[in-house]
Design a protein around this ligand. Sequence first.
Ligand SMILES: [Zn+2]
Length: 288
Amino acid sequence: MRLPFFLLLFSAVLHAQTFELEKYIEVRSGTLPIVLTVPHGGSLKPDNVLARRYGVTGTDSNTIPLSEMIIEELQARYGGKPHAIISRLHRSKLDPNREIKEAAQGDPTAEAAWHRFHDSAHEACDAVMKKHGLGLLLDIHGHRHLDQRVELGYLIKGEQLKASDAELNANEALIAATSIRELDKRSPQSFAELVRGPQSLGGLLEFRGLRCLPSPTKANPGILAGYFSGAYSVTAHGSRERGTVSAIQVECPWNNVRDKPEHQRRFAQALADSLGVYFEIHFGRKLK
Ligand SMILES: [Zn+2]
């Protein structure tokens, strides 16, 4: 049977669009209880996608090679890969770490790419919960704040981090609004310890030579400000909304982390080592 011409054309267009989206948003399934999302490292600027007219449009340089190294180091230690969702589009075309209106600004291809990014992250979290019962999503970024620390975002504002440990631990509304809501219930440590104690992710990374915020050495941003507390992706996919996958926005400084391949490698190794300890202490199980 011969298909009518318009149907052939329709199917060819659909096929081309699917291929285009797969190129813009790369999705890799994994076996570890970890999901990496990498929204701002892309460089593609296709002519058929309108430039965004407002919001931040700068790239988080080198976050894609950095994430590749994190994947390699996790695999070397724990015998499996994390799930990974990587935007290859330049941030001037799509910002996956915003709600769709600001992210795509009405462009239909950018909107479809945004849906592919977040549907894939959602499905990866479901796959992790099904296989492992729990997990962690890390949203990988880069920042250029004056204080060059690794900033870890849990949806706790810099101002809120100025509270004492006792005040943080007593603030149930604040804890319930974080991207690690469910992990806090699971962890044997207090909420303040989970966020800035010696075995918080910041504490474990500092032990391996990387300055962090929040961490045992820096509880809050102080007056000089400049701290990213987390945005769309950790809100949408962390355990604030649902489920047992918690999420942390990981903002990497340029100096000594993203600037050179040897520094990227050192960070990837420190993060992979830290995550092994983090899983044992807070999730109560080995990472594998
Ligand atoms: Zn970013």
